[in-house]
Design a protein around this ligand. Structure first.
Ligand code: AMP
Length: 186
């Protein structure tokens, strides 16, 4: 199993939950930049201190910082499959990823977009209750998503890599839809 996947979608669409399931079932590495950054914050590292303020206001951490973490992680993957969750978040990151993967000779197999409307996203995020899940910060994260991350939908569509998944319903509903799309290639 060597699938190399990118998960796209607004905060609250269920990327983390679905990525966990898909990766556990198919033995691929779940690489979440949000989780990596939260681990740095937890550890109180210099990097974590720099990221924390930005994360708590719902903005994107600098490309330089995120790219350094991702590059290190992908270089250590030993040619196994992986799923990138929450990265890339803008066009600069997507182009940097493309360059890195060309160098590693590990092209992306598919980009999966989880789609859900804003009302449902906000309801889900408020129910989750993470420290950056207050209503003001959630709204900010949605604006940042539409402005900076959504252009990647077209970016991956043009490369013929995009699969759209409707992200409403239960965890099982959504994972079934993903499996039906990806199943044959997993
Ligand atoms: P997430 O867990 O993916 O919702 O990410 C939580 C927060 O971490 C985001 O609101 C950003 O502040 C930061 N973050 C995660 N991934 C990235 C990324 N690829 N680029 C910039 N900031 C990121």
């Amino acid at each position: 199993m060597k699938s190399r996947l990118v998960f796209l979608g607004p905060p609250g669409a269920g990327k983390g939950t679905q990525a966990d399931l898909l990766c556990a079932n198919n033995k691929i590495a779940h690489l979440s930049t949000g989780d990596m950054l939260r681990a740095e914050v937890e550890a109180g590292s210099v990097l974590g201190k720099e990221a924390e303020l930005v994360m708590n206001r719902g903005d994107l951490v600098s490309d330089e910082l995120v790219l350094s973490i991702v590059e290190k992680t992908l270089n250590n993957q030993n040619n196994g499959g992986w799923l990138l969750d929450g990265f890339p978040r803008n066009v600069v990151q997507a182009k940097a990823l493309e360059l890195l993967l060309t160098k590693l000779q590990q092209p992306i197999d598919a980009a999966i977009l989880l789609e859900l409307d804003d009302e449902d996203l906000i309801a889900r995020l408020l129910a989750r209750g993470r420290s950056d899940d207050t209503e003001t910060v959630i709204r900010k994260r949605l604006v940042v998503y539409r402005e900076k991350t959504e252009p990647l939908v077209e970016f991956y569509k043009q490369q013929g890599l995009l699969s759209k998944i409707q992200a409403s319903g239960t965890v099982e509903d959504i994972s079934l839809r993903i499996f039906q799309k990806l199943g044959p290639s997993l």
